[in-house]
Design a binder for this molecule. Structure first.
Ligand code: URA
Length: 209
């Protein structure tokens, strides 16, 4: 079963409260979401492998550590996932960015994939799929299906706010995917919003309504 990691670092929790606040406008929402993504990227990369190297400091030549070169990819689920890309890429500049787009079918309410563009070496990369909200889990599950179909074998899912329903659904369908969240909220309301949540993440990031 995929593990759930709740990143309850005080800075992350503080910033999350700012973006939960309905009085927070688009500019600040975007900036703070970016900062949260950066802090989460710091935590999610905690297990990256290191190798030994030598470094010449101004004083001596010393043994030191460097990343072992394992390749990473960041995959935002469009559109709201875009709000987390910059923060992650700031921390991991060598990461490639793939995109996956999904819309909700108005009759079935099921997510439908309409766009996907991935790095060609997807099977060699650890992919960090990002979406600020994990509500029912439908989009995340479909994104994992699409990535695995194209050869991905090592995927992590990172979101800011999750509902227990979404976590359970994603764990059941993709037990190999570890889930990294900033907060596990109470659940979903009758309109599909996470409670207490932060509203529609895409609308708040891009100023649409
Ligand atoms: N997507 C959002 O943007 N917000 C929610 O509360 C649920 C899904």
């Amino acid at each position: 079963m995929g593990q759930v990691h709740v990143m309850d670092h005080p800075l992350i929790q503080h910033k999350l409260t700012i973006i939960r606040d309905k009085a927070t406008g688009t500019k600040v929402f975007r900036e703070v979401a970016d900062e949260i993504a950066m802090l989460m990227a710091y935590e999610i990369t905690r297990d990256l492998e290191l190798e030994d190297t030598m470094v010449e400091t101004p004083v001596v030549t010393a043994k030191a550590k460097t990343l072992s070169g394992k390749k990473l990819g960041v995959v935002p689920i469009l559109r709201a996932g875009l709000g987390m890309v910059e923060g992650v890429v700031n921390m991991i500049p060598a990461a490639k960015v793939g995109h996956i787009g999904m819309y909700r079918d108005e009759t079935t309410f099921e997510p439908v994939e309409y766009f996907i563009k991935m790095p060609s070496d997807i099977s060699e990369r650890t992919l960090i799929v990002v979406d600020p909200m994990l509500a029912t889990g439908g989009s995340a599950i479909l994104a994992m299906d699409a990535l695995k179909k194209r050869g991905a074998t090592n995927i992590k899912f990172m979101c800011m706010v999750a509902a227990p329903e979404g976590v359970k659904a994603l764990q059941e369908k993709h037990p190999d995917v570890d889930i990294y969240i900033a907060a596990l909220d109470e659940g979903l309301n009758e309109d599909g919003y996470i409670v207490p949540g932060l509203g529609d993440a895409g609308d708040r990031l891009f100023g649409t309504k």
